[in-house]
Design a protein around this ligand. Sequence first.
Ligand code: ATR
Length: 276
Amino acid sequence: MDKYRVFGNPIKQSRSPLIHQSFAESTQQQLNYQSEFVAIDGFKEKIKQFINEQGKGANITVPFKEQALAICDQLSERARLAGAVNTLSFVDGQIIGDNTDGLGLVQDLLRNNVNLKNSKILLLGAGGAAKGVVLPLLEQQPESIVIANRTVSKAEALCHQFTSSENQSKLRACGFENVENDNFDIIINATSASLSGSVPPISEKLIRPDVVCYDMVYGKEQTPFMNWAKKQGSAQVIDGLGMLVSQAAESFAIWRGVKPEVETVISYLRKSLASE
Ligand code: ATR
């Protein structure tokens, strides 16, 4: 049976085995997908070992996504621009790297009937999570993406990666306090602020009922950003659970050539989160 893994540290919390086993069932594929803990200095060795065991592919999670990029023989444009790899395929002795996080976000926005074409997007954050989503968002042809970050130089560096592309004019970098007078359609929180119980300090004036607010983080409760956005009057707030399942579906499609349906797994995870 074809073998897949998710490698990370920590890894116990990973929902990927459950998600991929459900995808395998729903698409009638025979495969074995498990999670495996990797020592902080043991990533490269672990991958080598898995390839020797005839592993077909792997998901890579924190903190190894940058190391995963470094070991690839071939990289997708998405992964190169994200500076990180979350999906490895082992094909004919080659290691092929991709990053499906941004596709997962785009798919989840579309699933929630959010229109991306010609939209004005505010992306909060310029760390790993933000980097991974810029190209897939640009591919949906928004009117503009403003990248706002606490450390403005990091937002500028992220925009700078696209200076040679036709999309350059669509991107702008700034600090949280400089976005006050813009009219956005979608605000995406790609900072890790929710994890420490805080909300990026953007103006409440940015939130109107028709502004969609998306937090890439998810949990049993609504995130601080979601609560804040709702309080300011946003009628559509979405957490990152659907993004998690959708990025997994994209990885599955890369490996197996068939894209599984995500709705059932999202509902199942939503219910199991609520009862945790
Ligand atoms: P990740 O991989 O989750 O993106 P990261 O690369 O460490 O993690 O990036 C964290 C992001 O969240 C950064 O944009 C960080 O801002 P800085 O670049 O200024 O550090 C942002 N961030 C973290 N905590 C925050 C907070 N309390 N308020 C606003 N932004 C925060």
